[in-house]
Design a protein around this ligand. Structure first.
Ligand code: 13P
Length: 249
């Protein structure tokens, strides 16, 4: 069966000192977790996060990666740089990148390929905006984003990729999709993966998280849904106690 995976997305929060303190608090609270536990931190915190989590069950991820191996891309970070730091996961195509930093379906796919080629595990985000939801386009949008993200990605890589379904209107708003709605849309994504690869691959090997105001109060209800394999947690990942409660759903 699919092992649940709970990941924190710190976004642009925490200095190195704050990272060390948060990880120190988190370690004992999540040590018996039955799911995979990941913290995705700003680039500047990664080395400290890797060092502080050494020998624990907490894995470290970045929040983005460039698609080129190297070159004249001022301000960007390559997959190889992340791997050398000891980073294992990387968030790709977060809606904040799509909204504010010009991320497209094509660049998401390019980043996926670069990450996988270097041995990183992508957490690739899909999700509709409020406008798209209200005009009945949710299924169309998540299907388009999923198909584009996985273009030319080999079936062998499926165990190394996590999909995060994050309805944009639920991010940082305190509004959560109902567990049923989240489950239904994740089913649409899984069916898309079944068509792209094979039904058994989608069923056994594709882990799909929910993200968007997931917190200690709603985590157990969301995690009880059959299609939901984990969570990508923003705000609630910034406090050790809250994040651990989600992890120990
Ligand atoms: P919140 O949990 O703060 O809504 O953020 C969700 C998110 O964007 C995780 O990537």
């Amino acid at each position: 069966m699919r092992k649940p995976i709970i990941a924190g997305n710190w976004k642009m929060n925490n200095t190195i000192a704050e990272t060390k303190a948060l990880v120190k608090d988190l370690i004992p609270l999540v040590k018996d977790a039955k799911c995979d536990v990941v913290i995705c931190t700003p680039y500047t915190d990664l080395a400290a996060a890797v060092e502080a989590t050494q020998g624990t069950n907490i894995k470290v991820g970045a929040e983005n990666v460039h698609w080129a191996e190297k070159g004249a891309f001022t301000g960007e970070i390559s997959a190889k740089m992340l791997v050398e730091l000891g980073v294992e996961y990387v968030i790709i195509g977060h809606s904040e990148r799509r909204q504010y930093f010009g991320e497209t379906d094509e660049t998401v796919n390019a980043r996926m390929k670069a990450a996988l080629a270097a041995g990183l595990k992508p957490i690739v985000c899909v999700g509709e905006t409020l406008e798209e939801r209200e005009s009945g386009k949710t299924e169309e949008v998540v299907t388009r984003q999923t198909v584009a993200a996985f273009k030319d990605i080999d079936k062998d890589e499926l165990d190394n990729i996590v999909i995060a379904y994050e309805p944009v209107w639920a991010i940082g708003t305190g509004k959560t999709a109902t567990a049923e709605d989240a489950n239904d849309t994740i089913k649409v994504i899984r069916d898309t993966m079944a068509k792209l690869y094979c039904p058994k691959c989608a069923e056994d090997r594709v882990r799909i998280q929910y993200g968007g105001s997931m917190n200690p109060k709603n985590a157990s209800e969301l995690m009880a849904m059959p299609e939901i394999d984990g969570g990508l947690i923003g705000g609630a990942s910034l406090k050790a106690e809250d994040f651990s409660k989600v992890v120990n759903f």
